[in-house]
Design a protein around this ligand. Structure first.
Ligand code: ADP
Length: 361
């Protein structure tokens, strides 16, 4: 028996009526063939005004087309963020226009005939202006709160640091001052992470990429971690590559933040008397750095969420109150901005190895 077939045109029109996204179809010559009700609302134009019209680049510059034309010709938009690989369909971009400020997610697919020849395009447009403004006010709040907290936290850190060195202090008081100093440093780390994440989300986290020799850089990072390692009774080792230098292109300050987070975690989530081994090797045109610990390990379920913002394992939350779940999210962002990869392998009860790569200079 033949399969029952629904009339395709009716099916398309029904779909176009029901979806909550604007839908626009045009042919190879940019003549508009379909324009649904949501598109009418969004672009303040009637379907009967647009259907059958050919949108040349000159026409696209006319005032009544001002919010529709950058969606069709993204080159006319003041800001375009590509969210899918160039050349591959469906193409997904974010288009931002000003006066008034509007943000759209635009997915474009090519419509081909039976022989595969392109006949036209279909666009699905989602208005994300309101969502974007919520995200903006949330990051503004975080950025302002973190800025306000940083000054007093720096002062508290400085006071404990000075107190710790005061020769007139008794043993007990000195221990308290040391604890205060470590707590203030942790607080500053959380504030710095929050500020950096607010910047990443606003797209203001600029990178200053310069040639960098990884070997002395990693040496210095491990030296910085020595006091915390001592405090947790953890030994930290560096397995050097058999070459004197490994040149990469990196933003030194940001890469340091990323690696310090990994080393900090490897120390903090370790056992007393445990080890942290950092290794650097050169492989497939990249430097591969790993940070291995002998700590509690991460469950398979948690491994899936480990790089998410605010994620902390339940077991860790019980034993270690300090921590924000921001470190690995930030680290992943930084490594990916360096065109590197980051991943983790872990066995519960045995420990974890975090790996990342940075392309060679
Ligand atoms: P934080 O350490 O502030 O909680 P992170 O983003 O650095 O935040 O880490 C998120 C979570 O991942 C931690 O709370 C912990 O549960 C887990 N984790 C990270 N590194 C390790 C590690 N080396 N060993 C075991 N668990 C880890």
């Amino acid at each position: 028996m033949e399969k029952p077939v629904l009339p395709e045109r009716a099916l398309f029109e029904s779909l176009a009526r029901m979806i909550d996204e604007a839908l626009i179809v045009y042919d190879q010559n940019f003549t508009i063939l379909a324009f649904n009700a949501r598109a009418e609302d969004l672009f303040k134009m009637r379907a009967r005004e647009v259907i059958g019209q050919q949108i040349s680049l000159e026409k696209a510059r006319e005032p009544q087309w001002r919010s529709l034309s950058p969606v069709i010709y993204s080159s006319l938009a003041p800001t375009v963020v590509r969210l899918s690989d160039a050349g591959a369909y469906p193409q997904i971009i974010k288009v931002i226009i000003e006066n008034p400020h509007q943000e759209f997610f635009v997915s474009t697919d090519q419509i081909a005939d039976a022989s595969g020849a392109a006949q036209g395009f279909i666009k699905v447009v989602r208005d994300v202006t309101r969502e974007a403004s919520f995200v903006q006010s949330k990051s503004d709040f975080i950025a302002i709160a973190a800025h306000q907290l940083r000054t007093p936290a720096t002062a508290v850190n400085w006071v404990f640091e000075a107190l710790e060195k005061d020769p007139s202090l008794g043993d007990e008081a000195r221990q308290s001052a040391q604890m205060g100093h470590v707590a203030a440093q942790n607080l500053l780390k959380v504030i710095t992470n929050l500020l950096n994440i607010a910047q990443i989300e606003e797209g203001r986290f600029g990178y200053d990429m310069q040639p960098l020799d990884l070997i002395p850089f990693l040496d210095a990072l491990l030296a910085d971690a020595a006091p915390v390692a001592r405090q947790h009774d953890v030994n930290v080792y560096f397995e050097r590559p058999p070459v004197p230098s490994v040149m990469v292109i990196a933003d030194q300050y940001k890469l340091a933040l990323a690696i310090a987070n990994l080393v900090d975690n490897a120390i903090k989530y370790n056992v007393s008397g445990g080890q942290v081994v950092m290794r650097a090797i050169v492989k497939d045109g990249a430097a591969e750095v790993s940070v291995k610990d002998t700590g509690a390990g991460i469950s398979e379920e948690d491994l899936l969420k480990i790089f998410e913002k605010f994620f902390r394992a339940e077991t860790i939350k019980k034993t270690s109150v300090e921590g924000s779940g921001l470190g690995l999210y930030l680290t992943k962002n930084i490594i990916e901005a360096h065109k590197g990869k980051i991943w983790v392998e872990s066995v519960i009860g045995r420990g974890s190895v975090f790996y990342f790569t940075v392309p060679l200079a």
